[in-house]
Design a protein around this ligand. Structure first.
Ligand SMILES: [Zn+2]
Length: 471
């Protein structure tokens, strides 16, 4: 991957050591604030009580006020297109730049994924629990630690640089990232002037390890849809007709089987891969990080990281069919699944969807009726790595971690980044984060490594100081 072409000098060592002291001194408060955010079960999905997301927005607004850098901090929602519904509340604040200084937009989200089954957690999901170096709880990392990175970095910068901070700061803490950022585009339109910036820091990604930081420069996109297969007008006794007519499950299983080849690579014509260099990852690391069982082989071909950063993938993430407990001897007339595809950087989500649609509609087993509904698409993203902001961030992270950051890809998607790029085409985007390979975001036993949080806060404080020294 391309290395920044901007020569950069180190940050004034006195500033670094003063910031390091302020960040270290503020750490107990940072962790206490993070813990109180984790106690609020701010799941943004439709089926969950929205009052928790509102409470979490107000708690975040209070923390943003506590930085002492903003005259006004607002909790605000935008309508979702012309659907007649409104998105979950975000937190918004802006401090104008002094003449000639850049403005930075700091993004994170305060909503969380559902906790799933409480029984799968070793500690209660919304009771922040410290074990060793890690704080456990839903949202402890994704992305309430991202929220706290911004808050704690701003507090430290305010403490060290004082009231006459010249860098402009806009803050946008979203309330529905985990539910598809449905009102994001409308929010950007409505608050365009509040959010406009030269540099955008998206603190919602991960690091190479707990000791080596990363800047995410490539993100896969996604295409998801509901796929329904119908073969019969009604259910029938499997003993009477089984063997003579296809049931919907049989047709569905055969259709899903066409998504991959013998080694598990995606076998859908028109889904593209991207040529790029990848850091080395061993199969042992992959096995450890994924919990791959003994004797089970990895899938796909090519360097391991190319499979998750630069190649497409297809996963079935849900199925509507009778449960095993309720299974009767019946030929199912209809089965639906949720298909979730990841798209390599370089291809648009639209063209990937066309390839998937042509694939499933052209392969209906036994002439089964195949229908696609509830389509959701997010474009992949590649960061321009030649700007001055990434050069500044690289120095700041090297000083904050004592270790230079790797430029990495990520297998997941952050679809709203495409909205950000469309709305602010001139802004330089920095995708940073507080996660590490053991974070388990979205899963039971999610946790935040507190050393990583400490280093992420210090790096961001140094970055803010460097931006302040510009212009
Ligand atoms: Zn997140």
């Amino acid at each position: 991957m391309t290395v920044s072409q901007h020569p950069v000098s180190p940050t004034d060592p006195r500033t670094v050591s003063e910031l390091a002291e302020a960040v270290q001194g503020g750490l107990p408060r940072t962790i206490a604030d993070l813990s109180s955010l984790v106690r609020i079960p701010s799941v943004s999905w439709d089926a969950y009580d929205p009052s928790h997301v509102a409470a979490s927005a107000h708690a975040v607004a209070e923390l943003v006020r506590s930085t002492g850098l903003f005259d006004e901090v607002r909790v605000s929602s935008a309508p979702i297109g012309d659907s007649g519904t409104t998105g979950q509340p975000a937190v918004l604040a802006r401090r104008a730049a002094r003449e000639g200084k850049p403005t930075v937009l700091l993004y994170a989200h305060h909503d969380v994924q559902p906790q799933g089954d409480d029984a799968d957690w070793d500690t209660p999901p919304f009771e922040p629990t410290l074990k060793g170096d890690r704080l456990y709880g839903r949202g402890a990392s994704d992305d309430k630690a991202g929220v706290m990175t911004h808050v704690a970095a701003l507090r430290a910068v305010h403490e060290v640089l004082g009231d006459d901070l010249g860098v402009g700061v806009a803050l946008f803490i979203e309330g529905e990232e985990e539910f598809g950022s449905r009102s994001f585009a409308d929010f950007l339109r409505q608050h365009h002037d509040d959010l406009e910036a030269d540099v955008i820091v998206v603190a919602d990604s991960d690091n190479w390890s707990t000791t080596v930081p990363a800047i995410t420069v490539g993100l896969r996109g996604n295409v998801t849809f509901r796929l329904t297969v119908r073969t019969l007008a009604h259910a029938s006794h499997s003993g009477m007709l089984g063997g003579a007519v296809p049931d919907a499950m049989m047709a569905m299983v055969r259709l899903l089987g066409t998504f991959h080849d013998e080694v598990g690579s995606v076998a859908v014509a028109g889904l593209e891969s991207r040529d790029a260099e990848h850091p080395e990852q061993t199969e042992e690391t992959l096995r450890e990080e994924s919990g791959l069982l003994d004797g089970v082989a990895p899938i796909g071909t090519g360097p391991l990281l190319s499979r998750v950063w630069s190649q497409p993938s297809i996963t079935v993430t849900g199925i509507d069919a009778p449960s095993v407990a309720n299974a009767s001897n019946t030929l199912l007339p209809e089965v639906s699944v949720r298909v979730s595809a990841r798209i390599a950087p370089g291809q648009t989500a639209d063209s990937a969807y066309e390839a998937l649609e042509a694939h499933v509609l052209g392969r209906a087993p036994f002439g089964a009726h195949v229908e696609i509904t509830d389509v959701d698409k997010g474009d992949p993203f590649l960061v321009d790595t030649t700007g001055w902001a990434i050069a500044d961030a690289t120095v700041a992270m090297t000083e904050g971690w004592g270790e230079a950051p790797l430029q990495t890809g990520i297998g997941g998607s952050i679809p709203f980044i495409a909205d950000l790029v469309r709305t602010f085409p001139a802004a330089q985007i920095l995708v940073t984060g507080v996660e590490d390979p053991d974070t388990r975001a979205h899963s039971p036993n999610e946790s935040q490594h507190l050393g990583v949080l400490h280093r992420a806060v210090l790096s961001e404080a140094i970055l803010l100081a460097r931006l302040d020294a510009r212009g």
